[in-house]
Design a protein around this ligand. Structure first.
Ligand code: L34
Length: 367
């Protein structure tokens, strides 16, 4: 039957065209799918590479270099160049230190030499190391430092007299009394004696109160450093679940306040907290300031979380250990700070910046 022959031929033609079209569509879709898959694979590999390269360090943001370049004095040109060269691998604390060096250079260009006085009472071995680090950083940033050693037997009156002397000295911009102090000295009385405008630790009641009410002040160095480290990862703090373990006056409490000021939803955990594990495992940002080596285990870390390890615990092996079990936590976290080489040096860098700010304020100049 010719008619049917013709009909079936037509059907065949239509079917053929449709099949061809379907093939083309499939090919295009396949190509697209392949391209998407390839791109995802490359991105995944790049991210993995970045993470392995950059687990401990985080790149310095462009914003910072441009800030420095704004009116960088001659003296800091090579610092800026070095930052640019190693931008991918520069530790956040090195960036902060370079900033302080730039500020010190800017002050010197105006005839002002920033100066920090550090008082160490007694022979506490850890304090000696920290103070040495602070004095070394001053040297590297172009900040003058006075390292004042007083014996373990120093009385409170003697220490207060030394503070009064430094408070009256116009060439001294910052006064820091390293803690802890020997038992015979009342820590609060000492902190109260430091004039708020020279209190580069941010421990005096005026600075603490101003921080709590959101007024300009000297921020305490360790918590300010924690915030800086979180932000250096590119993480937005706003709206995140932040958990702080520890409620000390030096770290836990102020860290919680600063996170709150940045619009995080903040939970402060401590030795009486129930369900600690569950609370921590829900944290986008986890700040560990407990003072117990390896306290935070991998199962307490939310995948991808930013983990800031404030702990500095000296083990029986003589080595430093953080509050976080680094090996476990780093397998889960998106970013984790190392110990040593994390919050400690960042604390010192923040101190450098507070000192340059103090010098600028006391001399009525902006930097
Ligand atoms: N007044 N007392 C006052 N101000 C401070 O801000 C401090 N703190 C804490 C103790 N007492 C204080 C410090 O300076 C802790 N702290 C501090 C500072 C620096 C370092 C550690 C703690 C530090 O440099 N840590 C190095 C390792 C040093 C080492 O080898 O022991 C690090 O890489 O973590």
């Amino acid at each position: 039957m010719a008619f049917f022959d013709n009909f079936s031929k037509k059907v065949q033609d239509v079917a053929f065209v449709a099949a061809e079209k379907a093939q083309q569509v499939a090919a295009v879709a396949g190509e697209k799918a392949n391209a998407v898959a390839d791109k995802a694979k490359i991105e995944y590999e790049m991210a993995a590479e970045r993470r392995s390269m950059d687990k401990n360090y985080r790149a310095l943001g462009e914003w910072y270099v441009s800030t420095l370049e704004g009116d960088a004095p001659e003296a800091v040109a090579d610092i800026v160049a070095a930052i640019k060269d190693s931008q991918e691998n520069l530790a956040a604390y090195e960036a902060a230190k370079a900033e302080a060096a730039a500020e010190a250079a800017a002050l010197k260009a105006k005839g002002i030499e920033p100066c920090l006085a550090v008082i160490l009472v007694g022979e506490n071995p850890a304090s000696q190391v920290y103070v040495r680090g602070k004095v070394k950083d001053c040297g590297e940033c172009g900040i003058k430092s006075l390292e004042l050693r007083m014996p373990e037997t120093t009385t409170q009156e003697e220490l207060l007299a030394k503070i009064a002397e430094l408070a009256a000295d116009k060439t001294v911009n910052g006064i820091l009394v390293q803690l802890p102090l020997p038992k015979q000295i009342d820590e609060h009385a000492v902190i109260d004696a430091i004039p708020p405008e020279k209190d580069v630790d941010g421990f005096s009641p005026v600075n603490v109160g101003r921080m709590q009410t959101g007024q300009p002040c000297f921020l305490p160095c360790t918590p300010a450093g924690c915030i800086r480290m979180i932000e250096s990862t590119g993480t937005k703090i706003d709206g995140k679940n932040a958990v702080v373990i520890g409620r000390s006056n030096i770290v836990g409490k102020p860290a919680a306040l600063l996170l709150l000021a940045k619009n995080a939803t903040v939970t402060v955990c401590h030795s009486h907290t129930a369900n600690l594990k569950e609370i921590c495992a829900n944290a986008d940002i986890l700040v560990a300031a407990v003072g117990r080596a390896g306290f935070v285990t991998g199962d307490m870390v939310k995948p991808g979380a930013v983990v800031i390890d404030v702990g500095i615990n000296r083990g029986a092996d003589g080595k430093l250990h953080g509050d976080v079990n680094f090996e476990e936590a780093s397998a889960v976290a998106g970013y984790i700070t190392p110990v040593p080489g994390g919050v400690g040096p960042m604390t010192r860098a923040m101190l450098m910046k507070n000192t340059t700010q103090a010098a600028a304020m006391q001399n009525g100049v902006a930097i």
